[in-house]
Write a protein that binds this ligand. Structure first.
Ligand SMILES: *[C@@H]1O[C@H](CO)[C@@H](O)[C@H](O)[C@H]1NC(C)=O
Ligand SMILES: *[C@@H]1O[C@H](CO)[C@@H](O)[C@H](O)[C@H]1NC(C)=O
Ligand SMILES: *[C@@H]1O[C@H](CO)[C@@H](O)[C@H](O)[C@H]1NC(C)=O
Length: 355
C-alpha cells in the first residue's frame, strides 16, 4: 500500500504536475507516514545528541546497514521502532505560599504524549534533568520527584494535591544529567486523563555551610525520552527467495533504476532533519514474453504473459514492480515540535520483478 503512495510521491519529483495535484499527493504520502498534516516546526528544539548518535549508527552511509534490526534500539537495549524526545511543558510554581525554608525550587513537569499512536507500546521512558551551570558552589541538594495523581482544585480548602513519590536523592554536581526511569509512568500516561505530570522539588541541605540556593536557579531543562514499538511496523522480514545468476539484460527490460530523493526539493527540509535525502529507486521496464526467471516473475505473471501472447488486445503484459524493499530511519520534528527518530518500512526499492 505504501508503495502506491510512495510511487505517487516519486512521480511528483519526476513529473511537473499542477500545484493542487502535487499537494494532494504530498498529503497522501504524509498520511501514510503517520502525519495528519505537514509538520511546520514553530520553535524547533535542539536535536538531542543521543538521537544523532543512534541515527548515525543506523544510517552510517546513505542506505541503512544490512541485516540490522531497526525494531530494536541497541543503545538502550530495548525493542522499539520510534524514539521521541518530548520537551517539558510544565510551569514553575511560585514559592510564595509558605514553603519549607530550604525549598529552592518547585516545578511541575508535563509531557504531552498525544503524538504516540494507539498501536505503539512503550518499551522505555527516561526523564533527563539538567542544569546549565558548570561551576559548582559546594552545596548539596535534595531532590524529590512525584507523580501527580490528582490536582487540588482552587477553593477546595486545605486539600493537598495527591501525589506519589517516584524518586528521592541527593546530588552535588549541577552539570551532570540526572536520569529517572519512567517506563511504567509513561505506560500509565498513555491515557491522557491520567497524565497530570510530575512535581519536582529541590531543597538545599539545612546543614550546608553555603546556605542558599545559588546555582540551582540555572535550571536548564528537562526532557522525556521514550522508545515505543509499533507492532504493525515490526513484522518479521520475509524469507528471501533465491534466483539464479543473471544473464545480460537489455536496457528496456524491467529492472531497478536509481533515484535519489532530495527532501529539499520537495520543501521538506524544515522538518526532516536527517537524512537530507536517500536512494529510493524505482522499477521500470518491460515484462516481455517469454518471461524468464531473471525477471523474478510470479507464476501468475508467467501465465499472464502466455495469455497475452494469445490475446494481446485484451490481456496486458505483467507490470514491473518492486519485489523487495528496505526500510530507512528518519529524524524529524513532528506536529508538536517533538524530535522523533523513526523507522519506516518499504521506503527504498532493492529489487524489481514482473508481477
Ligand atoms: C496535547 O497535544 C495535543 C495535540 O497537539 C492537543 O490537542 C492537546 O490539547 C494537548 N494536551 C494538553 C493537556 O496540553
Ligand atoms: C525501568 O523500569 C522498568 C519497569 O519497572 C524495568 O523493566 C526496566 O528494566 C527499567 N529500565 C532500566 C534502564 O533500569
Ligand atoms: C530479481 O531478484 C534478484 C535477486 O533476488 C535481483 O538481483 C534482481 O535484480 C531481480 N530482478 C530485477 C529485474 O530486478
Amino acid at each position: 500500500m505504501l508503495w502506491l503512495t510512495l510511487g505517487g510521491f516519486l512521480s511528483v519529483l519526476v513529473l511537473i504536475s499542477t500545484d493542487t495535484e502535487m499537494r494532494l499527493r504530498e498529503e497522501l504520502f504524509l498520511r501514510s507516514l503517520g502525519f495528519p498534516a505537514k509538520p511546520n516546526p514553530v520553535s524547533p528544539p535542539a536535536i538531542p545528541s543521543v538521537l544523532w548518535k543512534i541515527y548515525n549508527q543506523r544510517m552510517g552511509s546513505m542506505t541503512p546497514k544490512k541485516n540490522q534490526d531497526l525494531c530494536f534500539v541497541e543503545e538502550f537495549n530495548v525493542p522499539g521502532s520510534v524514539i521521541r524526545v518530548f520537551p517539558d511543558q510544565g510551569r514553575f510554581i511560585p514559592t510564595s505560599s509558605g514553603p519549607p525554608p530550604n525549598l529552592c525550587l518547585e516545578k511541575r513537569l508535563f509531557f504531552n504524549l498525544s503524538a504516540m499512536e494507539k498501536e505503539e507500546m512503550v518499551t522505555m521512558g527516561r526523564l533527563e534533568l539538567r542544569f546549565s551551570q558548570n561551576t559548582y558552589y559546594g552545596q548539596t541538594f535534595d531532590l524529590r520527584l512525584y507523580r501527580i495523581l490528582q490536582m487540588s482544585l482552587k477553593g477546595m480548602g486545605s486539600q493537598k494535591t495527591s501525589r506519589k513519590l517516584l524518586a528521592a536523592q541527593t546530588f552535588r554536581l549541577l552539570h551532570k544529567s540526572m536520569y529517572f526511569n519512567l517506563t511504567d509512568v509513561c505506560q500509565i500516561w498513555r491515557d491522557p486523563h491520567k497524565n497530570l505530570g510530575l512535581a519536582l522539588e529541590l531543597f538545599h541541605r539545612k546543614e550546608s555551610t553555603v546556605d542558599d540556593c545559588q546555582g540551582i536557579q540555572t535550571f536548564l531543562y528537562t526532557t522525556l525520552l521514550t522508545v515505543t514499538l509499533n507492532p504493525l511496523q515490526c513484522k518479521r522480514p520475509r524469507k528471501k527467495r533465491s534466483y539464479g545468476k543473471l544473464p545480460f539484460l537489455a536496457s528496456n527490460i524491467c529492472k531497478k533504476r536509481r533515484l535519489y530523493v532530495e527532501f529539499r526539493e520537495v520543501g521538506w527540509q524544515n522538518w526532516v532533519i536527517a537524512p537530507r535525502g536517500y536512494m529510493a529507486n524505482y522499477c521500470y521496464g518491460e515484462c516481455p514474453y517469454p518471461l524468464t526467471e531473471m525477471l523474478n516473475g510470479s507464476n501468475h505473471a508467467i501465465l499472464q504473459t502466455l495469455a497475452h501472447s494469445f490475446e494481446p488486445e485484451d490481456i496486458p503484459l505483467p507490470c514491473c514492480v518492486p519485489t523487495k524493499m528496505s526500510p530507512i530511519s528518519m529524524l524529524f520534528y513532528d506536529n508538536n515540535d517533538n524530535v522523533v527518530l523513526r523507522h519506516y518500512e518499504n521506503m527504498a526499492v532493492d529489487e524489481c520483478g514482473c508481477r
